[in-house]
Design a protein around this ligand. Sequence first.
Ligand SMILES: Cc1cc2nc3c(=O)[nH]c(=O)nc-3n(C[C@H](O)[C@H](O)[C@H](O)COP(=O)(O)OP(=O)(O)OC[C@H]3O[C@@H](n4cnc5c(N)ncnc54)[C@H](O)[C@@H]3O)c2cc1C
Length: 495
Amino acid sequence: MGNWTRRAALLGSGAAVGAFATRALKSRNPSLDGTVDTTAVGGDGTLNDASLLSQTPVHKHIILKQDPGTALVEAIRAEMKDARANNRPVNVSAARHSMGGQAIPLDGHAITYDNGFLEPDTANATFRAHAGARWSQVIQAIDPIGFSPAVMQSNNDFGVAATFCVNAHGWPVPFGPMGATVREIELITPDGELATCSREVNADLFDQSMGGYGLTGAITSMVVDMEKNTRLSPSFTRMPAKEFGSAFEAALNDPDVTMAYGRLNVERASFFEEALMITYRATEDQADLPAASGSGWMSNVASRVYRAQLGNERMKSLRWWFETDLGTVVGGGDTTRNSLINEPVVTLDDRDDTRTDILHEYFVGIDRFPEFLEICRAVIPASYQEFLNVTLRFINTDSESWLSYATVPRIAAVMSFSQEMTLRAEADMARMTRDLVEGIIGIGGTYYLPYRPHPTVAQLEKAYPRAAAFAAAKRVLDPGLLFRNNLWDSYLEQL
Ligand SMILES: Cc1cc2nc3c(=O)[nH]c(=O)nc-3n(C[C@H](O)[C@H](O)[C@H](O)COP(=O)(O)OP(=O)(O)OC[C@H]3O[C@@H](n4cnc5c(N)ncnc54)[C@H](O)[C@@H]3O)c2cc1C
């Protein structure tokens, strides 16, 4: 349901509307997280997400600021009751940085939390947080007491429950997705009950909610692991791209390596031929750690060079030199775990009303990495899209989430494209995405669900073999289909 309606909003008169809405969003309200305001309902009663291409009519959008507890639970139950009585869907979201309406209920009740409540428990190395707390708020609260989030994304704007609901990953090693670091959630189920879910209690519901895109109910609070914050020092290794998988695996066997990622060159002429591996180890001196800062001026310079790559092959070569040569010297000093992950998305903002940044992410077995490179070389440079960046990360096995993208250890490739906001570019992006997904499924890989809804339903089923079981369990838990968003409407409902 709703599939064609959403497409019509984008591809009918919506192409022009979408572009107009982008300008309005970019110039108008400062958002909860300081970036594009993905929480504002436009004057036309629509909501958008970070893609700026998901403009969707909603019945209403409310922001709840209550602490976790009775007042918050009652406010959500009231919203659920009203929605059910009028046969409308409900969806809870945080920063709405998913890119395909996964956080928007078509003609429904959109709920956003705005509350950074957090209670650390240093004895157990956990914190209890409001489901809507952002990682920037988490870091602000636990950095001064010497702790750091165990797993979060590489930017700090996202919500803690949202991170659990997409089962996001970061680049601390040797972790898998963030769900593995969650001890307990409080969830209002579709029938209005407040359920505690963990590995011991309501374990199936816990696993379905992990990476379950809010389709099991509204999470109100969570208990999450934290790690010691540490002072770290980087090492840089440049190599032919096809050697990256085995080099990365070897580096991760070193227990001193606690953060690691890779990059590939993106010039069309030599696309994905070279790799850079960056590993961080704790220094001997762990006294007097500085406050978490973010990467500061280096990030801002890097962001300018990053943007200048658009349509400019020489600049892409210059950026590769900046990263593999100059950057290793000027950006190669000691830092802390928290400073490395305390980066807002706004650093990357393109400041261009005619284009939008679109992410893709693929997960492949370490031994299949050379084949993955071949697939990308055959598909990406032939497209009309501007490819800006790829980051490579290690993802350990996730055997808990029903919609797991890492049933064995995998390398994640996070890709960033700059897309023109036109129908032509959207059609080209859809075609290219389906080609990439097809090739990557063919080598046993998967793709990430929070991005654009371009893969086919059949591709989702192949990439996520338990998707049909997840949809069946959802129908039992939520027979009235109260909790819905575009991942349900366009995909899971068809299974
Ligand atoms: C610039 C950028 C960088 C990124 N980097 C990474 C990365 O390093 N690693 C990675 O894994 N991903 C990354 N992502 C993807 C990101 O993790 C997801 O898009 C995630 O959804 C963002 O969090 P959010 O707060 O914006 O979630 P939202 O888009 O607001 O919500 C995501 C999902 O969670 C559900 N949800 C949210 N809160 C609740 C709640 N309280 N109860 C029930 N359901 C809820 C929503 O319904 C929705 O389905 C990145 C995305 C962008 C745009």
